[in-house]
Design a protein around this ligand. Sequence first.
Ligand SMILES: C=CC1=C(C)c2cc3[nH]c(cc4nc(cc5[nH]c(cc1n2)c(C)c5CCC(=O)O)C(CCC(=O)O)=C4C)c(C)c3C=C
Ligand SMILES: [Fe+2]
Ligand SMILES: [Fe+2]
Length: 338
Amino acid sequence: MPAIQQAPRTAVLLCNLGTPDAPTTAAVRRYLAQFLGDPRVVEIPRLLWLPILYGLILRLRPRSSAAKYASIWTPEGSPLALWTARQAVLLRGWLGEAGHSVRVLHAMRYGGPSIPAQLQALKDSGVERVLVLPLYPQYSSTTTASLFDATAGWVRGARHYPELRFVNGYHDHPGYIAALAASVRAHWQREGGPGERLVMSFHGIPERNVRLGDPYAAQCRTTARLLAEALGLQEAQYIVTFQSRFGRARWLEPYTEPTLVGLAQAGVGRVDVMCPGFTGDCLETLEEISMEARDAFIAAGGKEFRYIPCLNDDGAWITALRDIAQQHLAGWPTAHGA
Ligand SMILES: C=CC1=C(C)c2cc3[nH]c(cc4nc(cc5[nH]c(cc1n2)c(C)c5CCC(=O)O)C(CCC(=O)O)=C4C)c(C)c3C=C
Ligand SMILES: [Fe+2]
Ligand SMILES: [Fe+2]
């Protein structure tokens, strides 16, 4: 008798930041209004911030950001959306192969598919347990905690919500570190050997957030140290930097682009540059690093800027994601059955 297939009662919701629907000023304005209106992202009192956001930033930034998005847009859409959707499809297959009957959907904190819409879809299909798995390896209140807020926002309006678990991060997970190390080694092999420095650029956050207790900076530095150890690099062979500063406040330092310019001016000709905190290539890696920072490095006298792609749909990375999901699913009654 063939086994009767029941719809899975357990699900993984793979969550990422989100991206505009189109590389247009209007679509980027909608996206930035939601993103920069999130009190987890900008911690300035609303009465002060909203007039600046609506009076200034949403009048000026969408046009210039849309031009940057246009430079990385693909025929299928925004790279961040494509990689996130693909990671969810692959994770679904790999969790299935491990004998689990688990649904996997992806969701975006800003734009769509939204976290509330996906939670509702899971609930409507009979799911009773949801593991919220961020695509952010390092915890930050600006990103990870905001996923929690969005989930809690949906729960507030739900009469009967599923059991919920949240992954806070996996900055030191051996599978994540091994996948990063393998991607660097493969890059070195393609390029005929290591560059003079490995620059590991993480997204920045305001320095004040760290002073107030955000563990993000320490987690980035731990990821970098573990990766350097896995690659056998000495301290002088790699540098940790922070990119994408927003506004005039002090953010985590050293800043990526000025560091690269300084390296070129100091006679370092060939650099390998990677963004280990981004699990999929996006505007911040493809445009800000692989275009803008590259141009600045070359203009300052650098010779070779060798960008190492993010983990994207790399097999070792999906294996790591599967292991992380399995570790957090363990102990849930139906995770190993129907
Ligand atoms: C106050 C502003 C911002 C904070 C804090 C911040 C933290 C933060 N962001 C990421 C990951 C990504 N950010 C991306 C784009 C992006 N980030 C900000 C601002 C802050 N980020 C803006 C305004 C933008 C939009 C683009 C622009 O106008 O410059 C993206 C890329 C999205 C895409 O569509 O490709 C990612 C990914 C992390 C990990 C983080 C804190 C740890
Ligand atoms: Fe950002
Ligand atoms: Fe940026």
